[in-house]
Design a binder for this molecule. Structure first.
Ligand code: ADP
Ligand code: ZN
Ligand code: ZN
Length: 739
């Protein structure tokens, strides 16, 4: 018997597999695709994933190395997920080995056994009561006992700190016989009893139609676009669908956008379900991530909630996939493997024969187009659930009105009225920091980043100029670096400045700023949300972090300080993003009894897109935007791929792209491919970033097939180009940003 040849995907950017001889002692029957092996690679050892077992290799016998060790007895990756990774690598023209690296939990990539670890769990002891008289004078122990009692599956020891439980209190409770500790696998016990912890709401007719439609489709592939205005009860629809899925003995995967929504969403699901919920977002550590991943794979988690990369979580009995806020840009990964989790989720649902629900108040134009063309079933929720009124929009023309740190007089009055009525105000401004630039009033010097074609933002609180593109930081000069005069002025307003000014204008009310800077500290966001939820009148100032999914019942006025950026940007998606952002922010207003109003400050109060959006709503806007895209031949009516390159020397990136372009032209001719246009190369809109010069080549095609055939033949050639190692380059299939 010849020793089998193993074809492995290795963590390398090269788009090819690597051949090794199987370790001597390992019989062929012990090997299966998907297993991990440790192999020598150059001067290092790396961990690869077995893709294929063959008898032949193009590598000469003498050069073929032997794999060192097989790490698994069973492939850690179930077949369905293996297949999804293959599809992903091919579609995004990415190295398969690197695709596995993005898809697998870090610890598996590092060779950790693919098994759940042992963990200590705290439980209420048999017969223990939270009102035990011995705790009358021990409030901390009483609280701790109450908390543990809320977790029927017990509390993992590792989570004590998160639940603010002290080990000392628990030890005392154990001595009193009120708690017990159990050592078992991390995965929580079998599910028992009813799935519901709280009754389901009575659905309104539109919600009922939506639930019925998806329910009828459980058990097979179908994609649904749940387009429901903010507050229309989409989440309630998800919850009731998940209940159906759980009752059928299956699992549900719920993807949520990146920013800060994890704990809130988790809390809502935990209130509803007596189910094992695994949370996979960017703040869980590697061990927790692996445990959650394994629990999902082995059918020991019933509901899996996570951000983008949770898409790659295997499920033993998958029943349903839900993508909440499907339009959200955080589903697209912008580095390495540039996948779109929403798009891949649809592929996965098709591969695993599951229904998928894409939900949003402001669906992406892509998804709407898919609904129009019949690929997705459209489910609409047009009214707010629970009787809340939709907010009223006002476009406030600020042309000739003086702005005080970005705030006009009429807006100030509206704020004062809202606060006086005991309600809350939300001020939206999508710029962090104090001011977007520092300007010399004498000579016109601007605080330019030395490494980027961009200006540095003044952060007054830290007395720093910061570049938001490369992270460069410096102290603001006290004199103009160019003319030495001292008249340096901050220009424009960011959240810090708005916060400062509002605190002066409304000294009797708290002003809370919510942006990436103010919430960087752990727990800061929860603290801010806690204050808001107490419901006293206050002003919230923030970036798009505020726009996403939060529920602020006491906010009745939403102020959008500047809507103009989205109306005259060079990026063809800018107006779509602006519309989504405005409606999402607006959706925070008046979600409870009092009606809300939204004031949009703009210099373009008559702009047709803005008029349409505010007077006729998102769907009218979207129809208009789609017809503009169709006329211009832009996505979703065409398909794009963007080859980006950057290099230290000017001209180097363009030279690489020139060669790439020539190769592509050659291939188009040789393969007789039509309908693909090569646009560029051109310098990137921000040509210099972080000290590198950047350029790009855009591929636009009327159909996917020729574009993908071209790319499949093209990428291996690009890897061979003389500059391919000196120039940093990447391909972005279906880019959502063209810079
Ligand atoms: P969305 O996810 O669309 O923003 P939610 O599901 O969060 O909407 O619902 C908004 C509010 O309406 C929540 O407070 C929710 O409890 C309530 N709600 C949802 N559905 C109903 C219903 N059928 N009857 C009464 N209240 C509802
Ligand atoms: Zn100057
Ligand atoms: Zn910079």
């Amino acid at each position: 018997m010849p020793i089998p040849i193993l074809r492995l995907a290795l963590p390398s950017p090269l788009r090819r597999l690597f051949d090794y001889r199987a370790p001597d002692s390992v019989p062929r029957t012990a090997l299966q695709p998907g297993m991990r092996l440790r192999v020598p690679f150059g001067r290092r050892e790396v961990i690869g994933v077995l893709v294929e077992i063959t008898d032949q290799s193009d590598v000469p016998e003498a050069k073929l190395k032997t794999a060192l060790e097989v790490l698994d007895i069973q492939p850690p990756l179930p077949a369905a997920l293996f297949k999804l990774c293959l599809w992903t690598a091919q579609y995004y023209q990415h190295s398969l080995g690197d695709t596995f690296s993005w898809a697998l939990p870090t610890l598996l990539r590092q060779g950790e056994p693919a098994e759940a670890r042992q963990e200590r769990f705290w439980h209420l002891a048999e017969g223990a009561r939270v009102d035990d008289p011995r705790l009358a004078r021990a409030p901390r122990q009483r609280e701790a006992l109450k908390t543990i009692a809320q977790h029927p599956h017990g509390v993992a020891h590792a989570l004590l700190a998160k639940l603010q439980l002290s080990k000392d209190s628990l030890d005392l409770l154990r001595q009193k016989g009120l708690l017990r500790m159990e050592v078992r696998r991390y995965a929580p016990a079998e599910h028992h009893g009813s799935w519901l912890l709280q009754p389901e709401l009575t659905l309104n007719p539109q919600q009922r139609l939506a639930v019925e439609a998806v329910r009828a489709g459980l058990g097979g592939y179908q994609a649904f676009l749940l387009a429901g205005v903010t507050g229309s009860g989409k989440t309630e629809v998800y919850l009731q669908l998940i209940h159906q899925v759980l009752a059928a003995g299956r699992q549900a995967l719920v993807l949520i956008p990146e920013i800060n929504l994890g704990p809130q969403t988790l809390a809502r699901f935990e209130r509803r379900f007596n189910a094992r919920i695994a949370l996979l977002h960017s703040n869980v550590n590697d061990r927790e991530r692996l445990d959650a991943w394994l629990a999902a794979r082995d059918g020991e988690a019933d509901i899996i909630i996570g951000t983008r990369s949770a898409l790659f979580t295997p499920m033993k009995n998958p029943g349903l996939i839900i993508i909440d806020e499907e339009h959200d840009a955080s589903y697209k990964q912008q580095e390495g493997l540039r996948y779109h989790a929403r798009d891949l989720a649809v592929v996965r649902a098709r591969q695993e024969n599951l229904p998928i629900v894409l939900g949003s108040a402001t669906p992406s134009l892509e998804s709407l187009h898919n609904a129009h063309s019949g690929r997705y079933a459209l489910l609409k929720l047009t009214e707010r659930a629970g009787g809340a009124q939709p907010p009223q929009f006002h476009r406030l023309d600020v042309r000739s009105r003086p702005l005080d740190s970005g705030i006009s007089g009429p807006l100030q009055q509206a704020m004062a009225q809202t606060l006086a009525a005991g309600q809350q105000v939300l001020v939206f401004l999508n710029r962090r920091g104090f001011a977007p630039t520092l300007l010399c009033h004498d000579c016109g010097w601007l605080s330019q980043c030395p490494r980027c074609d961009a200006r540095m933002t003044l952060h007054q609180r830290h007395n720093e100029l910061r570049c938001h593109h490369c992270g460069h930081c410096e102290r603001p000069p006290s004199n103009c670096p160019s003319c030495r005069h001292v008249d340096l002025r901050p220009v424009g307003a960011g959240t810090e400045r708005a916060e400062e000014r509002l605190a002066v204008l409304f000294p009797d009310y708290p002003v809370l700023r919510i942006d990436r800077d103010s919430t960087a500290r752990k727990g800061a966001m929860d603290q801010l949300l806690g204050t808001i939820n107490r419901g006293e009148p206050c002003l919230l100032v923030g970036t798009q972090m505020l726009a996403k999914g939060h529920h602020f019942p006491r906010v009745t006025l939403v102020a959008i300080l500047d809507a103009d950026g989205g109306l005259f940007s060079a990026d063809f998606r800018a107006s779509e993003r602006m519309a989504q952002l405005i409606l999402q922010v607006a959706g925070r207003a008046g979600r409870a009894e009092e009606p809300g109003q939204v004031i949009i400050q703009t210099h373009l109060a008559d702009h047709p897109l803005l008029v349409q959006l505010t007077e006729q709503g998102y769907f009218a806007f979207a129809e208009q935007a789609l017809s503009e895209r169709r006329a211009a031949g832009l996505p979703p009516f065409s398909h794009l791929a963007l080859l980006r390159a950057e290099a230290h020397k000017p001209g180097q990136a363009e030279a690489f792209l020139d060669d790439a372009c020539a190769e592509a032209e050659g291939l188009l001719g040789a393969l007789l491919l039509g309908g693909v246009e090569l646009l560029g190369p051109v310098p990137a809109p921000m040509e210099r970033r972080a000290g590198r010069f950047r350029a790009q080549l855009l591929l636009q095609a009327s159909a996917r097939a020729p574009l993908h055939r071209l790319m499949a033949a093209w990428l291996p050639l690009l890897e061979q180009l003389p500059d391919s190692r000196t120039v940093r380059w990447s391909l972005d299939v279906d880019p959502i940003d063209l810079f």
